[in-house]
Design a protein around this ligand. Sequence first.
Ligand SMILES: O=P(O)(O)O[C@H]1O[C@H](CO)[C@@H](O)[C@H]1O
Ligand SMILES: O=c1cc[nH]c(=O)[nH]1
Length: 250
Amino acid sequence: MPSANAWYLRCGADEVGESAVLVGDRGRVLLAADMLEDATILNEDRGLTTATGTHAGHRITVSAFGMGAPIAAVVLHELAMLGVKRFLRLGTAMTVGDTELGEFVVAHGAVRNESTSASYLPLAFPAVPDLPLTVDVEAAVSASGVPHRSGLFATFDGFYTEMFETGSGTEPVQDRYASLARAGVIATDMETSAIFVAARALGVSAASLCLASVSGLTNDKMPHDERVAAERALLETGFGALSAHAPIAA
Ligand SMILES: O=P(O)(O)O[C@H]1O[C@H](CO)[C@@H](O)[C@H]1O
Ligand SMILES: O=c1cc[nH]c(=O)[nH]1
């Protein structure tokens, strides 16, 4: 049963679409608002900027959570309570194995190395995306012309301790990345597995499409201008995936 108003997002069920895009950076919400038709910014509380607009006849809400699984789950949970049925994470990720900077990466599942998802379902439960939505994402990615690959993600809580070689973590990060690559992991991020598990627990669909923007091998970043252009392409591709079928009648 949709709730009337969301605690932190401070918006109502009539202000959100049937689908939502979850991004980290609020700048991506502002960019999305420029790209959608008739977009309205709903709130900017706690940096959780949210906008709703239309793409090819579909109402889409775009929400920024900042960084990390706990707050991403809060945003997803509130939007699900408002009645949003489909979620697409559009973010950046770090490369693992053969993945190259600038590629789009689509998650077929995610290693649950964060703690938030366990507050929804036990660790034995797999973090897997919604299959039909992922098929639509892969079709949109193929049409985008951007080099891409699909595979497993690994999601971590510790940015400096688990994803970078700072010496503060419990094992050499490069050893961890090498074993993840051998097991089919193509990218790491900080939210995907939590979003997949929370979505299953809440009875909504979720998928994850990211831009590989930082090298897990060297920690090199994509050049700024290339990343900005690629993030626009990421949003366009995600909106295309969410608009792949006729809107469901209200
Ligand atoms: O680009 P976004 O969506 O913020 O995602 C990635 O970027 C942040 C870390 O740099 C984390 O939130 C990570 O998952
Ligand atoms: O280094 C990075 C880049 C993007 N996303 C991450 O989680 N880490």
